[in-house]
Design a protein around this ligand. Structure first.
Ligand SMILES: Cc1ncc(COP(=O)(O)O)c(C=O)c1O
Length: 339
């Protein structure tokens, strides 16, 4: 990492570098060169973006001699499943505080959480409303049993987590140095915006030319921008990185749809389109919403983001399965994909 400060603890977990693939048919259709960075293939259970954040979060946890990782999310949280997988791999204990009641049957990420041996605490709405307190209560109980817990907030949204996407951006810069094309824009899905913040820091530290554009899928734009700015400022003050918040955090706004857990027909159409035209499966909760925003932008103006655009596929494939009912209706429909 480009810093004179002491090395930041990191545990190598991701299978990286992940490939850069050109979407040949979609590029021809849209009239713009469209690529995908396959961060859905980061390994350890096709884990997606969270494993990159966990490289640094677990690095910090182990430096603090933690033996238990505690985190929280929805029943289909990708981050929670990733924490469960990493804990199983490293011999740590995982405690997941999940929003909602225990379902009659496990599915998708929750099924994997249980398969991987994570301990689940189902949170009522009241517990979820004060989730920070709930996580600290869980940590206190773990401590009382002689364990050393480390808390990871939802989505790994801390400055330490964002370093994972600084590393991803450094990886792209290296791929470019080794012959991959220069992109005009790199687009990424935003929940908190931590991954976008990491890429923005990499742009400043490596000279990556691409504009870094986020597509918020849940939070409103102002909240994402404030979070991205805050993370970059913290990275400078805490780690001495030569980074500063950009004058403008660029977003494709307005594609939050009907909320994180709900999914609209146009988002499912996007999934079907990419699956059938390029053989790449998006997830309904995050990447389908963001890719819908990207496609809409490029259909309106193929040059809106420059000549060559790269979408970072941040994973989430296991949440396809809990949406089986809506997807079944779609694939058994008239077979036409809206375009
Ligand atoms: C598949 C997927 N993509 C993107 C994101 C967004 O990550 P961030 O919180 O860093 O914006 C998440 C995390 O919530 C995710 O699970």
């Amino acid at each position: 990492m480009a810093t004179s400060a002491p090395p930041i603890p990191r545990v190598e977990l991701a299978y990286a570098p992940t490939p850069l693939l050109k979407l040949e048919r979609l590029s021809a259709e849209l009239g713009v060169e469209l690529w995908v960075k396959r961060d859905d293939l980061t390994g350890l259970l096709e884990t997606g973006n969270k494993i990159r954040k966990l490289e640094f979060l677990v690095g910090e946890a182990l430096a603090q001699r933690a033996d238990t990782l505690i985190t929280c999310g929805t029943l289909q949280s990708n981050c929670c499943r990733c924490v469960a997988a990493v804990c199983a791999r490293l011999g740590l204990r995982a405690v997941l505080a999940l929003k909602g009641a225990q379902p009659a049957e496990y599915d998708g990420n929750l099924l994997l959480d249980r398969l991987l041996g994570a301990d689940i605490r189902y949170c009522t709405d009241a517990e979820w409303a004060k989730i920070d307190e709930t996580l600290h209560d869980i940590a206190a109980r773990e401590r009382a049993q002689g364990r050393t817990p480390y808390i990871i907030p939802e989505s790994g949204a801390t400055v330490v987590g964002a370093l994972g996407y600084l590393a991803c951006g450094q990886e792209v810069a290296q791929q470019v140095r080794h012959g991959a094309p220069e992109f005009d824009t790199i687009a990424i899905t935003d929940f908190s915006g931590g991954s976008q913040a990491g890429l923005l820091m990499a742009k400043q530290l490596t000279g990556l030319r691409a504009e870094i554009v986020g597509v918020p899928i849940a939070w409103e734009a102002a909240r994402v921008r404030a979070y991205v700015t805050d993370v970059i400022e913290r990275a400078r003050s805490r780690f001495g990185l030569a980074v500063r918040p950009p004058a403008e955090v660029r977003l494709l706004d307005g594609y939050q749809g009907v909320g994180r857990a709900a999914v609209r027909k146009d988002e499912l159409d996007t999934m079907l389109k990419l699956a059938r035209v390029e053989g790449i499966v998006l997830d309904p909760v995050y990447t389908a919403k963001a890719f819908t925003g990207l496609l809409d932008t490029l259909r309106r103006d193929p040059r809106a983001l420059g000549r060559r655009v790269c979408f970072v596929h941040t994973g989430g494939v296991f949440s396809v399965f809990p949406y089986r009912a809506a997807l079944s209706r779609l694939v058994d429909g008239d077979g036409l994909v809206e375009s």
